[in-house]
Design a binder for this molecule. Structure first.
Ligand SMILES: [Zn+2]
Length: 207
C-alpha cells in the first residue's frame, strides 16, 4: 500500500495585498540567550495563555495523550512527561543590552510567543497578578534557567507611537490557533503505539 502524508501546512494562495502579513507572517518563539537579556510584555488581553503536558520524543514536541484523571497512556509509560505554557508576547527589539527603553519612545517590535516551564510560569504569574501586561526583563542564567524581572508596570508599547501596530499584530494570533499548535502535535493512541514500537507513526508497509 502506498504511503502518503497529507501536509496541512500547505495552503492555496492568491496574490492579494496583505496576504503575506495575515497568512504567512512567522510566529516565532521569543527567548533570551545567556549573553542577551530581552525586554518583553505579555499580550494576554488578546489571547489567553495555553498549557498542556507534552513529551519531547524523537526530536519532536508531541502532546501527551493521558486523560487528565485517568491512567497513563502509552506515551507516559515510555517517555518522560513535561508541561509547558505558551503565551502571546511582544519583544522590544530596540531595547538596549540591559533591556532599557525610554517611555514614549519609538519601538521596534515583533509579536511571537514565549514558552514556559512550571518554574518560569510561577515566577511570571507573580508579575502578571501585580501588573498585568507589564514590561518584563527575560533572561537566561548560566544554569540554563530562565528568569523574569519587572521592568515597568505600564508597558512601553502602550505609550509608544506604534501602539496600534502592536495591537494589529497581536490580533493576527488572537484566535489562539497558532499558539495552540506550539504545544505540540497531537497523535492518536495508535500513532503513539507505532511511534514507540517502530519509530514512525505510519503503519507498516504491507508487502
Ligand atoms: Zn503522556
Amino acid at each position: 500500500m502506498a504511503k502518503y502524508v497529507v501536509d496541512d501546512e500547505i495552503q492555496d494562495l492568491d496574490f492579494r495585498k496583505g496576504e503575506m502579513d495575515r497568512e504567512l507572517a512567522p510566529f516565532d518563539q521569543i527567548a533570551p540567550t545567556k549573553s542577551r537579556t530581552i525586554r518583553i510584555a505579555l499580550l494576554t488581553e488578546y489571547c489567553r495563555p495555553k498549557a498542556a503536558p507534552y513529551h519531547f520524543y524523537r526530536d519532536k514536541f508531541l502532546r501527551c495523550n493521558s486523560p487528565k484523571d485517568g491512567p497513563d497512556a502509552e506515551c507516559c509509560q515510555h517517555v518522560q512527561r513535561s508541561w509547558t505554557c505558551v503565551c502571546l508576547a511582544v519583544q522590544y527589539l530596540n531595547a538596549d543590552r540591559d533591556g532599557k527603553l525610554a517611555p514614549g519612545s519609538d519601538i521596534k517590535h515583533r509579536v511571537g510567543y514565549i514558552s514556559l516551564a512550571k518554574t518560569a510560569y510561577a515566577q511570571l504569574s507573580e508579575y502578571q497578578n501585580e501588573a498585568p501586561g507589564c514590561d518584563l526583563l527575560y533572561s537566561k542564567g548560566d544554569d540554563d534557567h530562565y528568569h523574569f524581572n519587572g521592568a515597568s508596570s505600564t508597558p512601553r508599547w502602550k505609550q509608544s507611537p506604534q501602539r496600534e501596530k502592536v495591537t494589529a499584530d497581536a490580533m493576527r494570533w488572537a484566535d489562539g490557533v497558532k499558539l495552540t499548535e506550539k504545544l505540540g502535535k497531537k497523535l492518536s493512541d495508535v500513532e503513539w503505539h507505532r511511534l514507540i514500537k517502530t519509530g514512525t507513526t505510519l503503519p507498516e508497509e504491507e508487502e
